[in-house]
Ligand binder design. Structure first.
Ligand SMILES: NC(=O)C1=CN([C@@H]2O[C@H](COP(=O)(O)OP(=O)(O)OC[C@H]3O[C@@H](n4cnc5c(N)ncnc54)[C@H](OP(=O)(O)O)[C@@H]3O)[C@@H](O)[C@H]2O)C=CC1
Ligand SMILES: Cc1cn([C@H]2C[C@H](O)[C@@H](COP(=O)(O)OP(=O)(O)O[C@H]3O[C@@H](C)C(=O)[C@@H](O)[C@H]3O)O2)c(=O)[nH]c1=O
Ligand SMILES: [Mg+2]
Length: 301
């Protein structure tokens, strides 16, 4: 099975390449800039067709949440028009598309975890552009999975885990918001789930599984709790440590507003695909230990 993935150096595409290396019969081909540039949607079809996909994974996106407030046109071109072109290319090539989306499509006002049928209502440009992308994907290709994930981190690219380790090496105290709740998700777990779902989707001639799914790490926390777990783990491995101080969201402190609750229920994905993400604490430890000692190890804190 040839999984053709958009983007080259992103967290999910890199994780997919690594996960697929260990799975016989699954090959990942990463297609990105300059050949495939979502900011130039006319490049999309030719670049994807040349890679001869069995399934297309749409993982590339404009992910700079604050910067998107200053560049809404670019964010929408990449995340909505570009994503739609990727799904359209898949349809023309007669293959399914697995498109990654985000918890930031929700406004955060719900009390519990969001399910797929809950109303969306993004509170920032990034979330709005990703929601427009979901609609474009669904309209362009009936054979689609839209996987909304959240708070992605990994040994690759830029992410909150790496930021916390860097800040801890520079100072003694880190102030982190404690009133935004969600599900930290390892991109390596996302990759594992995508490979699993892709195999099932390929045999799904009736497209019965198509639709929107939530797919996030098990358990929940807020950014402060996430930071504390990252740094407690780091300390256990002899890595950098800093004290984490809880702060409240100050909407003026960041360019983009963020949802206070974007917890996702992944029960539908588990029911249909028989796959559940590990607990976020366990996957976080695996990534922190890889970053610090080059090996996946879990410790008792
Ligand atoms: N990061 C997160 O916390 C979350 C991410 N998601 C979604 O998951 C998906 C994967 O995210 P993640 O791997 O973390 O992303 P990253 O931020 O790690 O990487 C972004 C990827 O998009 C590519 N990209 C950006 N602009 C363009 C463009 N104009 N043309 C082609 N490629 C482009 C980058 O290309 P290059 O390789 O050239 O740098 C890179 O591969 C995205 O759809 C994102 O919206 C959902 C929830 C949480
Ligand atoms: C670095 C830092 C962040 N924060 C806050 C800002 C923000 O509210 C929260 C997380 O910071 P980030 O910059 O990682 O957040 P952000 O870029 O909003 O992360 C989001 O990225 C996009 C792509 C998604 O799809 C989302 O699921 C989510 O992962 O922590 C602190 O309070 N203190 C700090 O020192
Ligand atoms: Mg292989």
């Amino acid at each position: 099975m040839r999984l053709v993935v958009t983007g080259r150096e992103g967290q999910v595409v890199t994780s997919l390449s690594e996960v697929a290396r260990a799975v016989t019969g699954v090959e990942v081909i990463a297609v990105g800039r300059p050949a495939l540039d979502l900011a130039r949607p006319e490049t999309v079809f030719e670049a994807l067709a040349a890679a001869d996909p069995d399934i297309i994974v749409s993982a590339a996106a404009y992910t700079a949440v604050d910067q998107a407030e200053d560049e809404p046109d670019l964010a929408f071109t990449v995340n909505a028009v570009g994503a739609g072109k990727v799904a359209e290319a898949a349809a023309r090539l007669g293959v399914p598309v697995i498109h990654l989306s985000t918890d930031y499509v929700f406004d955060g006002a719900k009390d519990g975890a969001y399910v797929e049928t809950d109303a969306t209502g993004p509170c920032n440009i990034y979330g709005a552009s990703k929601l427009a992308g979901e609609l474009a994907v669904a309209a362009a290709n009936p054979r689609h999975l839209i996987l909304r994930t959240a708070w992605a981190y990994s040994p690759f690219g830029r992410n909150f885990v790496k930021t916390m380790l860097r800040l801890a090496s520079e100072r003694d105290e880190i102030r982190v918001v404690a009133d935004q709740w969600g599900n930290p998700t390892s991109a390596l777990d996302i990759a594992d789930a995508v490979v699993h779902a892709a195999a099932m989707l390929q045999g799904d001639n009736n497209f019965a599984a198509c639709g929107v799914y939530h797919l996030a790490g098990s358990g929940e926390t807020n950014w402060s709790g996430f930071a504390r777990h990252i740094l407690d783990t780091s300390r256990a491995f002899g890595g950098p440590y800093a004290r984490v101080t809880d702060i409240a969201t100050n909407d003026d402190a960041t360019k983009a507003k963020r949802p206070g609750n974007s917890r996702l229920s992944s029960a539908k994905f588990t029911a249909i695909f028989g796959w559940t993400a590990p607990d976020w604490r366990q996957s976080t430890q695996a990534v922190v230990s890889r970053l610090l000692i080059g090996d996946e190890v879990n410790v008792d804190l």
